[in-house]
Design a protein around this ligand. Structure first.
Ligand SMILES: Cc1cc2nc3c(=O)[nH]c(=O)nc-3n(C[C@H](O)[C@H](O)[C@H](O)COP(=O)(O)OP(=O)(O)OC[C@H]3O[C@@H](n4cnc5c(N)ncnc54)[C@H](O)[C@@H]3O)c2cc1C
Length: 500
């Protein structure tokens, strides 16, 4: 393959108009819209994956970058607040824990709060770890309010198709051109291998300098055209199928995503203002689609509003997420599974990284390599965090859980688990999404009890330690009492118009 002089990037073509496509269009048009000519192509006939409704707090950063008004976004997307995820039956059947978005307790610079809590447990002075976390307690009591100085960490549950519509309107205001049509052919330059244009079934040809593949699992550009291989992680992440269905709400919306473990996977419940999103995620090696559908339909709280939809996926990651003049975002670039709601976050990170490395003067391989290096590191950390949920469990009631318990795990994860089990210590790796408190909540929640704590905690006598722990706990208890019910807060803050 020949190399040519780099070509300045002015025409950006986004293939696909799901969450990934419209998030990319919104961010690129808002930040570089005056310098670029941006076109998005989407196909009504193909449609979008139609799931992806639980988010994590980093989405607030994305919305700040776009200068969006929170009340407007929430009202337009039938959104509710999310304070964490309730993991039900993951450690053991009948045992639950919450991975909340808040901080737990107060750290000392030498030792995290968990060391003081462990000492408290040893001395019978401490309650459950979650008692020292405001967001966790608020979610248990179904309460929510914005507190001064970002005193409450939260994310949203939102309707994915309304979110894409909202971002479409936003992007069009900033000059994005939308074309409805099916891409039938992807043309490339024989010398460089770069994509030159997309040919639609209508006969129209859309030329560009940089192409963003947001075509979902089809990966029409990065996979089918560029031939970039997909690295399969299904030996660690067994779930490869999902069935999704929407139901009517039967009670106030919880400020929590529910994740209910099953013998061969798990089930989600995502409460929105106008309905609840439900789905069963499972491994097709251990349960067939009909049986999975039957379990899901037998475990719904409200009247089904849609026909259950089957979605097949392969957990893994594209070996390069940027190749030549094609950057892949969203499902075309890789997908782990929905358990920790990290996919929209990865889209957002990909967009921010692309903006930071934007090749205005032409594509330079070192930029591409850096983009790919950062993307890989980011998804591998998240992959390890997700594997933790399956591997560290006391469940042995099914072949699925027995495989998960016994499987070989990545060395990076094995090290983290051993360090925590032996010493109670956790360190966040540079730029890693999940901070110490997420790891601690999930490692404790899945059943790891560290063998020791840091000596700093021993410097406190019993009375001082009890005073410290109770001080945190009672402050949280008092704050939670003053918060309004989540449902009432949503109603007065961002009530959506009734669905048409
Ligand atoms: C079961 C499941 C649950 C999930 N839950 C969550 C969650 O709770 N939180 C979260 O963060 N993420 C979740 N995700 C991931 C999330 O759904 C996706 O990351 C997000 O929706 C982005 O999808 P996408 O835009 O890449 O693809 P899609 O939504 O599939 O969009 C693809 C777009 O490409 C277009 N297209 C494809 N081929 C062509 C063509 N030939 N011509 C023209 N257009 C074309 C389609 O029309 C569509 O517009 C979940 C995923 C699954 C599978």
């Amino acid at each position: 393959m020949q190399t040519k002089e780099p070509q300045a990037i002015r025409r950006v073509v986004i293939a696909g108009g799901g969450t990934a496509g419209w998030m990319a269009a919104a961010a690129l048009s808002k930040t570089l819209g005056k310098l670029l000519d941006i076109t998005l192509i989407e196909s009504d006939e193909i449609g979008t994956v139609g799931v992806g409704e639980a988010t994590i707090p980093t989405l607030l950063t994305f919305h700040n970058l776009l200068e969006l008004n929170e009340q407007e976004v929430m009202a337009a997307t039938q959104a509710t607040f999310k304070l964490g995820i309730s993991f039900e039956g993951w450690r053991n059947v009948g045992e639950d824990y919450i991975h909340s978005f808040g901080l737990t307790g107060t750290d000392h610079w030498t030792a995290g709060f968990q060391h003081f809590w462990l000492k408290g447990v040893e001395r019978k002075l401490a309650r459950d770890y979650g008692e020292y976390c405001l967001e966790l307690k608020a979610s248990q009591h179904q309460r929510f309010a914005h507190l001064p100085n970002g005193g409450m960490n939260y994310a949203y549950h939102l309707d994915a198709s309304l979110y894409a519509k909202f971002l479409r309107k936003f992007s069009e205001r900033f000059g994005v051109k939308r074309i409805e049509g099916k891409i039938g052919e992807v043309n490339t330059d024989a010398a460089t291998g770069h994509i030159t244009s997309l040919k639609l079934d209508s006969g129209a040809t859309i030329e560009g300098d940089l192409f963003i593949d947001c075509t979902g699992f089809r990966a029409l550009l990065i996979g089918q055209t560029m031939g970039i291989e997909y690295e399969d992680w299904s030996h660690w992440l067994l779930c490869d199928s999902a069935i999704a269905v929407q139901t009517a709400s039967v009670g106030p919306a919880l400020p929590l995503t529910r994740s209910i473990a099953h013998p061969s996977g798990w089930q989600w419940r995502i409460p929105l203002q106008h309905r609840v999103g439900n789905g069963k995620v499972y491994s097709s090696r251990y349960i067939d689609d009909d049986a999975a559908r039957a379990t899901l339909m037998g475990n719904l709280a409200g009247e089904p509003l849609t026909t259950p939809r089957l979605i097949k996926f392969q957990p893994g990651q594209r070996r390069e997420t940027w190749h030549g003049n094609c950057v892949s975002l969203g499902l075309s670039s890789g997908f782990l599974e929905p358990i920790e709601s990290t996919s929209i976050h990865l889209i957002q990170r990909g967009i921010i990284r692309l903006l930071q490395l934007f090749p205005s003067a032409g594509i330079c391989q070192s930029e591409v390599d850096e983009y790919n290096r950062q993307s890989r590191a980011e998804i591998e950390h998240i992959r390890d965090f997700i594997i933790l949920h399956y591997h560290v469990t006391n469940r042995d009631d099914s072949a699925f859980w027995r495989y998960c318990r016994e499987m070989e795990i990545p060395a990076s994860l094995r090290h983290r688990i051993e360090l925590f089990r032996e010493t109670g210590r956790v360190f966040r790796i540079e730029n890693e999404l999940f901070a110490e408190n997420s790891w601690i909540q999930c490692m404790l929640g899945q059943g790891i009890m560290p063998k020791q704590h840091h000596q700093t905690a021993d410097l406190m006598g019993d009375a001082e330690l009890l005073h410290f722990l109770e001080g945190i706990r009672t402050r949280i208890e008092q704050t939670v009492k003053q918060l309004p019910p989540h449902q009432a807060y949503v109603q007065q803050y961002c009530a959506a118009a009734p669905p048409m």
